[in-house]
Ligand binder design. Structure first.
Ligand code: ZN
Length: 455
């Protein structure tokens, strides 16, 4: 049990705190400071994990179980990266484009579309492996990924699935359908989405899927229809970029001869389980209607800064944080969110905890978890341990300030996904990290060389 009191204290068990489940592998996470950031709640208590589930919080723990000391550390629900691109994981240090991009379209054409064209099967797998490792080391349990590899489409989502399994994370996968590379590759993208959705439906993967699409500006009208039909057929959401800058609006009005709102209606993105990234230039009314319909919007502050597209000023309980590629470090985006909105003086900086929690709720919804993503009996045991010992008091009333100005991924000591450690004492539990580093560097060198052919 957590307390919302202003001081830390041992939490007493309450009737109904424990959940009786079949005995599987059990572990007691002992002595941690339990923290939930939205609504802010804190307390010191032991946590009993059995199988994939938290079964007891506080009170007398059963004798003779393995114990992991998390005393002096924060124990918090693990993070969700609500929008990212694992295929961009090998880009840190990449040579810059030949000249400075002036627009988002320049960045897309000179950088990201050169990158995705250079991916082959092995690079898809290695970039996902490196990205999943980065995310695990940053406290994430779940990644909502939008993938693109126009010259290696078939089976690409299986390669990402395999990488996630090798690291131990959960994923919600989709392929970025687009008309930008011609009809054949558009059809290939739709087929890859369909194939993986069928795999999910058949119960042949532990991951989940959505129908992926790039952005309204690269989707013809008949493709909007095809995306919608596929989402309808599988009763899933649509994962795509919307209004990252004004290009979607200009494209809609000048080329498609229909307002963006009408095209969004046509693709049917306002539905439960959709993930709509960026929405920097989306009218508040449209954004709120999407959230009302059950879609999640995802803001990506560091990406928006680096692409020079501005700041998303929307608020709401279904607005989550993503990284849009890069390092998949959602705490870094939480800090950027806080700073950017503080600078804008729009009052949203104080909602940083709500943004983080929205991603966790999105993951719980997509995986059909019966219990909300909190530290309570019955919840999925997706947990992050942060070795964070602040020099100033941390209480429920100021924990958002600690989240935004204190916590970093460098504090993440352990990450647990479904009751299993994927990161333990800062080391990846399921893979030889040294070998992964060497493999990542070699793959990045090969990728950067191949990209020269597409810029
Ligand atoms: Zn993106």
């Amino acid at each position: 049990m957590l307390t919302s009191d202003s001081t830390l204290r041992s939490a007493a068990p309450a009737p109904g705190d424990a959940v009786d489940l079949p005995v599987e592998a059990s572990v007691v996470l002992a002595g941690g400071t339990l923290v939930e950031v939205h609504p802010p709640r804190m307390g010191v208590a032991d946590v009993l994990v059995r199988g994939e589930t938290i079964v007891q919080v506080g009170g007398q723990m059963p004798e003779g179980l393995p114990r992991v000391d998390v005393g002096g550390c924060i124990l918090t629900p693990a993070f969700t990266v609500a929008h990212t691109h694992l295929y961009m994981s090998l880009t840190c240090g990449m040579p810059p484009p030949p000249s400075t991009p002036r627009t988002l379209t320049d960045v897309l054409q000179w950088v990201w579309w050169a990158l995705d064209k250079a991916l082959d099967d092995d690079l898809v797998h290695t970039s996902a492996l490196v990205g999943a490792a980065m995310a695990a080391k940053a406290g994430a349990a779940c990644i909502v990924d939008l993938h693109s590899s126009p010259r290696a489409i078939d089976g690409s989502l299986d390669r990402i699935e395999s990488a996630l399994d090798e690291i131990g994370l959960r994923g919600v996968l989709s392929y970025e359908t687009s008309d930008r590379d011609g009809r054949g590759r558009r059809d290939g993208g739709l087929s890859e989405n369909r194939r993986f959705l069928e795999k999910v439906r058949a119960g042949k993967t532990r991951h989940r899927a959505m129908v992926g699409a790039h952005a309204m500006m690269t989707l013809n009208d008949d493709t909007l229809d095809a995306v919608r039909e596929l989402a309808d057929a599988h009763s899933v959401g649509i994962h795509m970029h919307v209004a990252e800058d004004l290009t979607d609006h200009l494209d809609a009005e000048r080329i498609r001869k229909a307002p963006l709102a009408q095209r969004l209606e046509r693709v049917g993105i306002a539905r439960k389980g959709s993930v709509v990234a960026h929405v920097v230039q989306l009218e508040t009314e449209l954004a709120e209607a999407m959230m009302q319909a059950g879609a999640y919007l995802v803001t990506n502050p560091r990406s928006n800064m680096s692409h020079g597209v501005g700041l998303c000023g929307i608020s709401g309980n279904r607005l989550a944080l993503g990284t849009d590629g890069g390092d998949h470090d959602v705490l870094a985006d939480a800090r950027a969110y806080h700073l950017r909105h503080a600078e804008a003086r729009d009052g949203l900086a104080r909602e940083t905890g709500a943004r983080l929690a929205a991603g966790q709720e999105l993951a719980a919804q997509l995986f059909g978890d019966p219990t909300p993503p909190r530290i309570v009996a019955g919840a999925r045991a997706d947990l992050a341990v942060l070795d964070y010992a602040p020099m100033t008091p941390m209480t429920p009333s100021n924990v958002i300030d600690h989240l935004a100005r204190g916590w970093t991924s460098g504090h993440v000591r352990d990450t647990m996904v479904g009751g299993r450690f994927v990161l333990r004492d800062r080391k990846l539990a399921n893979i030889d990290e040294r070998e992964l580093v060497l493999r990542g560097r070699a793959a990045a060198g090969r990728l950067w060389e191949r990209m020269q052919g597409y810029t």
